[in-house]
Design a protein around this ligand. Structure first.
Ligand code: AMP
Ligand code: ZN
Length: 478
């Protein structure tokens, strides 16, 4: 199969466009990373899973991918309006811990949870606090070109010097001018002007501060992404990702300062933004106290990969409502898929090249074409589950496809636990469950897959997994 042409939605052009790498065969991706002063919620994890899926699709298509995601360990202010304290510093002071303890702890939580959700390790994971020199250099370049001005509390980017400023997010700057003045920053020339470097107030020593040509202080938040992306991916690169909340301010500002400092346009070929994971109809957010994390699922008896399956059930550009029952149901569907895959795998001794192309290729093409079409994961997942349960495919067909699909799905099918005979069946199954299993076997024999699935779901609700064994389906206590 030749890989289908990849199309992705570009926020800047507001359209799904063909993906054309700057350099043939290579892709550079930058994702805005975690702010490590609080736990990374399942909402934040949606913004990790989206680029992970993207990266896996590009790898499957044969690209040499460089994936960079940063750690925001300085410069994120308690207000988006360039006012307030550095959130990392504030969290450290509140907890009576050092900055390193706070950032180390939450960086570890983020990295661990990424792994538990099946995300590939970043190729490069720079921390903002370790790239102060690059950030200062970029601000100096902007200053030399007349894009900045200095007021009491810092160095600011003057948006009037970048005529394209409002274009990226379709902003109405006059509207902002009329309504957006922020009390304590009267000295800004325009409400959209943003901090490039924040100065420590006279007589105050911050926990995190550095010397700069303008005085001691710390970098503005936006400049860190521009400086680190440029350092690791060059003056222009292919894809930048983040949550939709970043479009209007953070990414608009990244574009302004980067295109000015580097003299390029467009700085990034394709901007991809994931929609929110919602809780009760609004964005799940740590600042609103929604500390739902991967451990919350584990505590409820749900395996982390269930959340990956749940993520794949919605398109990344659609809002997705989080419920624990929704993720639990995704976990059941995942176990079903894994059960089928493991049975097929073990039946063919793990051989991936045993399928008959006449039967497998239409499925293979449908799966990758769905993902190549702006990451249509729900469609791809539907193909995978059809394959897993198809009676028209042999075990060799099924495993050849599912092993291939798992490069994107990342359910760990190659190593998933097979059937442990000792755990299966036994005296504790009971007559009621046994009767449902017999009925399910009869439904399968009659090729009534819908009924068979219903019966399996009833068994799952009673606390059993249906496990396919060489002697036929058996029950295993969950
Ligand atoms: P933060 O640590 O809040 O700066 O967020 C890190 C990343 O997570 C950003 O790309 C945000 O856009 C994204 N994000 C935050 N909350 C959500 C949510 N509820 N759903 C999806 N993405 C989110
Ligand atoms: Zn960023």
């Amino acid at each position: 199969m030749s890989f289908p042409p990849i199309h992705l939605h570009d926020t800047r052009r507001r359209a799904v466009v063909p993906f054309e790498p700057l350099e043939p065969g290579k892709v550079g991706i930058y994702s805005c990373g975690p702010t490590v002063y609080a736990p990374q919620t399942l909402g934040n994890m949606r913004s990790q899973l989206m680029p992970d899926l993207l990266r896996r699709v590009l790898l499957a298509a044969g690209y040499d991918v460089t994936y960079v995601t940063n750690i925001t360990d300085v410069g994120h202010l308690t207000s988006d309006a360039d006012a307030g304290d550095d959130k990392v510093e504030a969290a450290a002071a509140r907890a009576g811990q050092t900055v390193a303890e706070i950032t180390g702890h939450f960086t570890e939580q983020w990295a661990t949870d990424r792994r538990r959700l099946g995300c590939l390790e970043p190729d490069i994971r720079p921390a903002a606090s370790e790239h102060i020199a690059e950030q200062i250099a970029m601000v100096q370049t902007l200053e030399a070109q007349g894009h900045t001005y200095v007021i009491d509390d810092g160095v600011y980017f003057d948006v009037s010097t970048f005529p394209r400023y409002a274009e990226f997010a379709g902003l109405d700057l006059d509207e902002l001018e009329a309504t957006g003045r922020i009390d304590n920053l009267e000295a800004k020339r325009h409400p959209a002007d943003f901090a490039l470097w924040k100065l420590s107030p006279p007589g105050v020593t911050r926990l995190q501060e550095w010397d700069s040509p303008w005085g001691r202080g710390f970098p503005g938040w936006h400049i860190e992404c521009s400086a680190m992306a440029t350092r690791y991916l060059g003056d222009r690169f292919d894809i930048h990702t983040g949550g939709v909340d970043h479009i209007r301010v953070h990414h608009t500002n990244e574009v302004a300062q980067s295109e000015c400092a580097l003299g390029v346009h467009p700085w990034v070929s394709i901007w991809m933004h994931n929609e929110f994971l919602d809780l009760s109809g609004r964005k799940m957010s740590k600042s609103a106290g929604d500390v739902l994390v991967v451990d919350t699922l584990v505590d409820a008896g749900i395996e982390p990969l269930a959340f990956r399956y749940f993520f794949l059930q919605a398109h990344y550009r659609q809002q997705q409502e989080f419920t624990i029952d929704g993720v639990r149901a995704a976990g059941v569907a995942l176990r079903r898929l894994v059960g089928h895959a493991v049975a097929a795998r073990d039946e063919v001794g793990g051989r991936v090249d045993g399928g008959d192309p006449a039967r497998t290729e239409p499925f293979r093409e449908a799966f990758w074409a769905a993902l190549a079409d702006d990451l249509d994961a729900p469609k791809a997942l539907a193909v995978a589950s059809t394959v897993a349960r198809s009676a028209d495919l042999t075990a060799a067909d099924r495993w050849s496809l599912l092993a291939d699909f798992d490069r994107a799905l990342a359910f760990g099918l190659a190593d998933a636990t097979g059937v442990d005979a000792a755990e299966v069946g036994g005296d504790d199954v009971g007559p009621e469950a046994q009767a449902l299993l017999d009925e399910r076997n009869a439904a399968r024999a009659a090729k009534d897959w819908g009924r068979a699935d219903e019966l399996r779901d009833q068994l799952v609700a009673m606390g059993f997994d249906v496990v396919d064994t060489p002697e036929g389906p058996k029950l295993r206590r969950r």
